[in-house]
Design a protein around this ligand. Structure first.
Ligand SMILES: [Zn+2]
Ligand SMILES: [Zn+2]
Length: 163
């Protein structure tokens, strides 16, 4: 059996988490790791007690053909990164790594060029997370440095929508 490198080991777990998501359009899974310990996990889902996209049988963003990266007020879900962040303590998240995997519901393929949305980026910054690792293929991934890539390179100033 193949022994996975550490990044892909955690990304494989984030992918399992993503598959628990409730959206009908795209599902993401996030896990936060600190000192080789998983401190939190999160997937896409409506706030507790509210109906999910999969309960309603439609995704509002999908229904109105809302382009990627725009109009997140039309998304009824708490994002995977947000769920992972609100279920961890700040002390645990300081200097931690967030692993992120996105899956297209229609095909099961990885989301091409997946990234946290602009709102999740703000929360990642304030949570004190140091690094984000995003899966591109089964074996390939990008390592994002939060300070350099989200704080110093502030895409919100260029009105880039993110994602
Ligand atoms: Zn949805
Ligand atoms: Zn987001």
């Amino acid at each position: 059996m193949e022994r996975r490198d550490k990044y892909n080991y955690y990304l494989d777990i984030a992918q399992t988490v993503a598959a628990r998501g409730t959206c009908l359009r795209r599902n993401f899974g996030a896990i936060i790791v600190k000192n080789d310990q998983i401190i939190s996990t999160g997937y896409v889902g409506a706030p507790r007690g509210r109906q999910n996209c999969c309960d309603l049988g439609y995704c509002t963003r999908e229904k109105f053909n809302i382009p990627r990266g725009q109009r997140y007020e039309m998304c009824r879900s708490v994002h995977a990164e947000q769920n992972a962040i609100i279920h961890a303590s700040r002390a645990d998240m300081l200097g931690a790594t967030l692993y992120l995997v996105g899956l297209e519901c229609s095909t099961g393929n990885y989301v091409v060029g997946a990234n946290p949305c602009s709102l999740c980026k703000r929360m990642i910054i304030n949570a004190g997370i140091a690094q984000v690792v995003v899966r591109d293929t089964r074996d390939q991934f990008r390592i994002i440095d939060v300070q350099r890539d989200y704080v110093e390179k502030d895409e919100s100033l260029d009105e880039i929508k993110g994602y």
